[in-house]
Write a protein that binds this ligand. Sequence first.
Ligand code: FAD
Length: 315
Amino acid sequence: MDCTCSKNSIEFYKNFQLQNFNTLKMSSIADIAFFPKSESEMCSIFKMYDKVHILGWGSNTLFSSLGVREPVVITKKMSDISFRKDIVEVEAGASVQKLSVEAYNNSLSGFEFLIGIPASLGGAVAMNAGAHEQSISDTIICARVYDTLEKKVLTFSKDELVFSYRNSIIKQNYPRYVVLSAKFQLQKKDKLEIKKRMDENTEFRKRVQPSLVLPNLGSVFKNPVLPDGEKLSAGMLVDKCGLKGFHIGNAGVWENHGNFVINYHNCTSSDYTNVIKKMYDSVKEKFNIELECEIVYAGQLSEFEDKVWKQLKKN
Ligand SMILES: Cc1cc2nc3c(=O)[nH]c(=O)nc-3n(C[C@H](O)[C@H](O)[C@H](O)COP(=O)(O)OP(=O)(O)OC[C@H]3O[C@@H](n4cnc5c(N)ncnc54)[C@H](O)[C@@H]3O)c2cc1C
């Protein structure tokens, strides 16, 4: 389906500071940022530009300190959530935490794991977000996506989204497909049971993850699986390399868990990249394991960052 909309009505800002639009609080200036409020506004932006950067809640995105030249399209204002019995339809920019609470309010189970994840629905679908033995792919029926190559809206079934651990066809083909909305089938359950699971998840997060008072991007590396099927903790491997508390500039590995890197005070993307390079290199040298990075990079790369991110993306 083609979309039509007058581009004049779309909210946009030039030289836009992204610091409050990513959970690392990275200072980075976008040449131009758009805030579409509807699917048709979003589609009209894609007709104006061949390449854009889609930003949800920025909880997995490292922005370059050198800024972002391509237009940044921020989905936050496309945030409708609508329930029809046990089916819920959600726009790309909706907060997944709000979604989790609204599902609970409707006595629906399947989104308990989303409580505490500071993400948008679109980002969560792209990354196949998951935790506590649940993931986005468990309950999804289909997603409406914009194909920036064919310039049309498509509906992808769950199978066509090709989900795997923190991966999907959206991420695999980035930046070709943009999630506009998605539909999920949840399960009616006792509210007390849902609440209990949400509380347990919140409690667990408090124990093992930094709060956003310490700006971060969640887990840096995926937990590796060895050829014999054994699952390891990336944080434990980094920890065994003695890197908890390791700092470069104003970025450092969290003192309590080796898989989180914190922006302690206005760190640069180069500080952050340097720290994760050290983590990657140390684990490779000590255990001969090549960790796979969960985080996405956006914006202008310095020569050093280009080299490191090419290496990290290879895995
Ligand atoms: C404190 C903390 C805890 C976290 N806990 C978890 C956890 O338990 N489990 C987990 O899986 N992750 C976790 N994360 C990581 C992160 O929240 C997820 O990866 C999340 O899915 C990213 O969503 P976002 O909207 O913030 O994505 P962004 O950072 O905005 O974007 C991430 C990527 O998705 C793309 N994208 C965003 N929106 C769209 C769209 N509409 N269509 C197509 N592509 C899009 C972006 O272009 C980018 O490539 C955590 C992060 C933090 C900071």
